[in-house]
Design a binder for this molecule. Structure first.
Ligand code: PLP
Length: 385
């Protein structure tokens, strides 16, 4: 059996989720906008999913907009605020370690004449609320800071940033794709106006996500079409996907405390064993609040891609940096932002667990990786030991 330890890239759909969505392809295939029985079945199922997804983050069902995933949620949040607020100002505050869905949206806006402050982070990937406060100007219209980082797992002080945003009267978006369903999230306590989520990172189907839009937050829609999702996202809803997301959100909420404890223990044990077995292995973001399922490790003189490929040949799936940047030899922007040199960045490995990860999976990795690192180090002309 292959071992899957790349759960920050995507997760396996849980069997309960597959069972929940199947009828919506085969029997209850109605369009939720139709007034007949088929349509009403679809609408009722979506209402239920909306309750589950809003419940996962402490929101009202009416504040949830279903869309195609985390990328679209980030694009709609930023683009929607910018469109509605651009007459008031053209400055945005974000961080250097955002997901490309936020980073590239902001870079695109820069080309359109917006001014973007990309705040630096410390060696563990942390941003302070004070740094955000200092970056705010009279023409700032949006702050976008992710809740938990997909590569190194750092959890930002979003609640403190939320207070800063509120005090300054600036809209606040947080990319919560890696946080919602993995750690407790309460959008009121966090003080966010917009919060992005994705189903496939929490054992739901791919191609569906949600944007929390707090009551009264002005958001210009990106798509022109029908009045779906309270005029915030046009297009016939992905009913089966939404039902699956709702089911995954319910399971994540029910299992949250157990899952955090179990993946956290499994991860910590894995890290200490790897440190004991592999000389000079370092753990990134170790001193910051961190997602319990995420481990980003660095070894000298063994190249990340080489480790990933060697592990893959042994049936173990992990990643270097973020999945989106694999295939290109650019060092990860996150590792660069926490001060790693390109050489160090190339020797990094992201190992991400889930509720479905077994002790056996971790044992296989811990038994396999040390030999691979040793072999790659022996091949490196710079390694002397
Ligand atoms: C995966 C991910 C996204 C993109 O979500 P998709 O549903 O795959 O489009 C956005 N932000 C973060 C932090 C992610 O990990």
């Amino acid at each position: 059996m292959p071992v899957y330890l790349d759960n920050n890239a995507t997760t396996a759909m849980r069997p309960e989720v597959l069972a929940a969505i199947t009828p919506y392809f085969l029997e209850d295939y109605g369009n939720a906008s139709s007034i007949h029985w088929f349509g009403q079945q679809a609408k009722a199922a979506m209402d239920e999913a909306r309750r589950e997804v809003s419940g996962l983050i402490g929101a009202e069902p009416s504040e949830i907009v279903f869309l195609s995933g985390g990328t679209e949620a980030d694009n709609l949040a930023i683009g929607g605020i910018v469109e509605s607020q651009k007459s008031k100002g053209r400055h945005i505050v974000t961080s250097r370690i955002e997901h490309p869905a936020v980073l590239n949206t902001c870079k695109h806006l820069e080309k359109q004449g917006f001014d973007v402050t990309f705040l630096p982070v410390d060696a563990d990937g942390l941003l302070t609320a004070e740094a955000v406060r200092r970056a705010i100007r009279p023409d700032t219209i949006l702050i976008s800071v992710m809740h938990a980082n997909n590569e190194i797992g750092t959890i930002q002080p979003v609640d403190e940033i939320g207070r800063v945003a509120r005090d300054a009267g600036v809209y606040f978006h947080s990319d919560g794709v890696q946080a919602a369903g993995k750690i407790p999230v309460d959008v009121r306590a966090l003080g966010v106006d917009l919060y992005s989520m994705s189903s496939h990172k929490i054992h739901g189907p791919k191609g569906v996500g949600a944007l929390f839009v707090g009551k009264g937050t002005p958001l210009t829609p990106a798509l022109r079409g029908g009045g779906h999702e309270r005029n915030r996202r046009a297009g016939t809803e992905n009913v089966a996907g939404i039902v699956g997301f709702g089911c995954a959100a319910r399971l994540a909420r029910e299992d949250l405390a157990d899952a955090m404890l179990r993946t956290g223990e499994l991860r910590d044990r894995m890290e200490s064993r790897l440190q004991a077995e592999i000389p000079d292995l370092r753990i990134n973001a170790r001193n910051a609040p961190r997602l319990p399922n995420t481990s980003n490790v660095m070894v000298d003189y063994a190249e990340g891609e080489g480790m990933v490929i060697s592990l893959d040949l042994k049936g173990i799936a992990v990643s270097t940096g973020s999945a989106c940047s694999s295939g290109s030899m650019e060092p990860s922007h996150v590792l660069t932002a926490i001060g790693k040199t390109p050489g160090e960045g190339f020797g990094s490995l992201r190992i991400s667990l889930s509720v479905l990860t077994t002790d056996d999976d971790v044992d296989r990795l811990v038994e396999t990786l040390p030999g691979i690192v040793e072999r790659l180090r022996q091949l490196s002309p710079h390694y002397r030991k």
